[in-house]
Design a protein around this ligand. Structure first.
Ligand code: NDP
Length: 280
């Protein structure tokens, strides 16, 4: 059971990945970003989730470098994720995109690199590049994002290395039950993006009632629900108080009954694009 902010899940290849990380989607590459990432690390976060398309890898890299010195950490204490964008899906293109990301981040290797979206006809070639980089030791774990079951089946059919992680939209209104069962059978760790539904669930009455019972916030209740389901979660905030709040998840436990009540809120409702019908 997850008892501490730095507890980790063990991926299929034996690599340890923190259950909790900081997301930095829609955070411009400026002082606010650097402050957020440094605050998170100072308050015990060890995992940061960025992507080429967020255009903030440079600032993430700067913040990570400064935080390592200030907190006396080594590179091996941290878990850094980035993602290859749709325009760069192809064997050579993905190899090149990886080098650009790594350079912006100022890192010698990535802990996790993901195919950001399952662009039809393109993700298999990109996956071959990910496998090459993985086999060369440039990435500790490789995975995908926004893959549905049929995308995973298609990819795995030709893959030498199975994806270790699938990062998908997941929150109480989109609980992804079928995909979670499939990934569990396949040994693929699910990671929730928009765990707080981008702020859209904070007024949800059932969540408010459950949160009040434990003396916790709705955000903490949702994130605890993720952890108790064995889901890696990466809430985004640029506010230091919320960064602390979102990591204060280890002093309470939701009962089986409350877990089931949250499960029952599912509406298959997305805030982001549908992976079977996106156009970018
Ligand atoms: P989240 O569900 O994490 O919600 C973020 C929003 O909630 C922000 O507006 C934030 O505001 C607010 N918030 C955070 N904590 C609290 C709190 N305790 N109380 C009240 N409000 C709060 O949405 P994201 O879309 O950012 O998802 C998380 C991460 O997942 C991203 O940052 C990114 O790293 C990843 N992601 C991946 C995608 C993919 O396709 N693979 C797509 C989208 C996201 P504020 O900052 O002002 O605190």
């Amino acid at each position: 059971m997850t008892q501490h902010i730095q507890n980790k899940t063990v991926l299929q290849n034996g690599v340890n990945m923190p259950w909790l990380g900081l997301g930095v989607f829609q955070v411009a590459d400026n002082e606010e970003l650097i402050h957020a990432v440094k605050s998170a690390i100072a308050h015990g976060y060890r995992s940061i989730d960025t992507a080429a398309i967020y255009e903030n890898e440079r600032g993430v890299g700067q913040a990570v470098a400064e935080a390592m010195i200030e907190n006396k950490l080594t590179r091996g204490d941290l878990f850094i994720t980035s993602k290859v964008w749709n325009a760069d899906l192809g064997y050579e293109e993905t190899l090149a995109a990886f080098e650009v990301s790594l350079k912006k981040l100022g890192l010698a290797y990535l802990d996790l690199y993901l195919i950001h979206w399952p662009v039809n006809g393109k993700y298999k070639e990109a996956w071959r590049a990910m496998e090459t980089l993985y086999q060369q030791g440039r990435i500790r774990a490789i995975g995908v994002s926004n893959f549905q079951i049929h995308h995973l089946e298609d990819l795995i059919a030709d893959a030498a290395v199975k994806p270790m992680v699938n990062q998908v939209e997941m929150h109480p209104y989109l609980s992804q039950q079928e995909l979670r069962s499939f990934c569990k059978e396949q040994g693929i760790q699910i990671e929730a993006w928009a765990p707080l539904m981008q702020g859209g669930l904070l007024d949800q009455p059932v969540l408010q009632e459950i949160a009040a019972k434990y003396g916790k916030s709705v955000a903490q209740t949702i994130l605890r629900w993720d952890l108790q389901h064995g889901i890696v979660t990466i809430p985004k905030s640029t506010k230091e108080q919320r960064i602390i709040e979102n990591a204060s998840l280890f002093d309470f436990r939701l009962s089986a009954e409350d877990m089931a009540r949250i499960d029952s809120l599912n509406r298959d409702q997305r805030v982001g694009p549908d992976p079977d019908n996106f156009d970018f």
